[in-house]
Design a protein around this ligand. Structure first.
Ligand code: GLY
Ligand code: MN
Ligand code: MN
Length: 465
């Protein structure tokens, strides 16, 4: 169990959720399933984020039920001396109410017996739709048991609603405890990036055979050294041309003198993700073409950062990035103005797409691609349509989310240059992304991941150290 947050904080979140369920509402939230890896070995268990957000409880095989009147009931593994010898200590339902600030707790093997009783005489059942395999059929079984008793005057819930809606909105704005945890996670990840950069340069200076996995090892070392439970996602350590593969993973490719290395890696700390990308020269010195493209990506990131503040739209940093990249691609000769026109034409026709094919931001929180609507809920009915210039598809646009203090997003522009006709060979196989994590504030944003620098001179200096 995470000791960082007091149980009162989770109780307050449950109370806030209960107030949105309505008096006849009841919510069911299971934690994540355990997944076998092979034979007797499971994948490392990681709790469900919604469940954890409302309990701080990290044991598997647990369920939370929150009623509209504010009563919360936990189902968890019962104490079992023999099982605890093998799998570790369990909190158990006797200790859970006091430890977690809940009204009641029961052994999880009583779920099927007790759930129909809890669902009786409620009007609405809330649960997270399409997130937990098997949940819908389990719920159908419980509702069937309630319906079997209607002839005794019991009322069966008549509607089901998606709990993701209210929970996503709550999770989208991070409270002070969450922001502090995310700052600490980002600081650990920043140190890990520095460690990997320095190892790369040191090994090359010593004439050693540097592999992507050597740098991955540095990341993992630093994450665990500072108490992170695991990486928040599969680390990308991409040498040279591998950086142009967006979902490349740390593998065994050699890291060569003169090439760039792209590392996209962040730790998870006490349930919260960090997500940082740095691109650096393997030997510690940028070549001319590498520096040209790097500084273009950095300028586009600076424009995005300047566009990130409360009151701005989620799409504003992306549009600021694209404006800088469009002009820059023309300036450096990756796009030919005789073929694609002005920077405005490049933006309108998305001619930048072969070099920049992803978006600039996503929400960050418990999940690396965190939950939360990207559309402004107060303007959801304002629909405009347009034709995508590349695919010809008709796209429906709704106004993008208005940023509020406490929202957390990444800012991660990039450029990826594959060998192709008309592309200057000096830029071939260069892939660059620079990614930072930003907490939205009233006046701008706080970049919590800048413990690892982004400026060319600063990266070169730390790699000399
Ligand atoms: N590391 C995942 C992402 O940047 O979106
Ligand atoms: Mn990201
Ligand atoms: Mn990333």
């Amino acid at each position: 169990m995470d000791q960082q947050a007091p149980s009162a904080l989770y109780a307050a979140r449950r109370a806030q959720l209960a107030s949105q369920l309505g008096p006849g509402g009841i919510a069911i939230i299971p934690t994540a399933l355990e997944h076998p890896r092979n034979r007797d070995s499971d994948f490392l268990f990681r709790h469900d984020s919604y469940f954890y957000y409302l309990t701080g409880f990290t044991e598997p095989q647990a369920w939370l039920v929150v009623a509209g009147d504010g009563e919360s009931t936990l189902f968890c593994n019962p104490k079992d001396a023999e099982r605890e010898v093998w799998d570790g200590l369990r909190l158990g339902p006797e200790a859970a109410p006091d430890a977690l600030g809940l009204q009641a707790a029961h052994p999880v093997n009583e779920l099927d017996q007790r759930l129909p009783k809890l669902l009786e005489n409620r009007s609405v059942v809330w649960y997270p739709f399409a997130t937990h395999p098997g949940l819908e059929s389990r719920l159908n079984g419980w509702l069937g048991a309630v319906r079997a008793r209607v002839r005794y005057g019991v009322i069966c819930p008549e509607s089901q609603r998606d709990l993701c809606g209210p929970l996503d909105e709550m999770r989208l704005v991070k409270d002070r405890h969450e922001q502090d945890t995310m700052r600490r996670a980002a600081q650990i990840s920043a140190r890990a990036h520095i460690r990997a950069m320095q190892r790369s340069a040191a090994m090359l200076r010593a004439g050693q055979d540097v592999r992507e996995y050597h740098l991955d090892a540095e990341l993992l070392h630093e994450f665990r050294q500072h108490g992170s439970q695991y990486p928040a996602y599969g680390s990308i350590v991409a040498a040279g041309a591998n950086a142009c593969i967006l979902h490349y993973r740390a593998d065994a490719a050699p890291i060569r003198d003169g090439e760039l290395v792209l590392i996209d890696a962040g730790c998870e700390l006490d349930g919260y993700a960090s997500d940082i990308t740095r691109t650096f020269p393997a030997n510690g010195r940028f070549s001319g073409p590498q520096r040209t493209l790097y500084e273009l990506v950095l300028a586009s990131q600076e424009a995005a950062v300047a566009a990130t503040r409360a009151g701005a739209r989620f799409n504003d940093p992306h549009e600021a990035t694209v404006a800088v990249l469009a002009q820059g691609l023309l300036d450096v000769g990756l796009l030919d103005t005789n073929k694609v026109g002005s920077a405005q034409d490049v933006i309108a026709n998305r001619s930048y797409f072969p070099f920049y094919m992803h978006r600039t931001s996503h929400w960050l929180g418990m999940d690396v691609h965190d939950c939360g609507s990207y559309v402004e809920p107060t303007q959801i009915g304002q629909i405009s349509t347009r034709k995508d210039p590349l695919s010809g598809e008709t796209i429906q646009d709704r106004p993008s989310r208005i940023l509020r203090p406490g929202m957390v997003l990444t800012i991660e522009p990039g450029l990826y240059v594959r060998p192709a006709d008309g592309v200057p060979p000096a830029f071939w196989n260069i892939g660059i992304r620079i990614e930072d994590d930003a907490i939205v504030t009233d006046t701008g944003c706080e970049l919590i991941s800048r413990g690892v620098p982004v400026a060319v001179d600063e990266i070169e200096a730390l790699m000399r150290a």
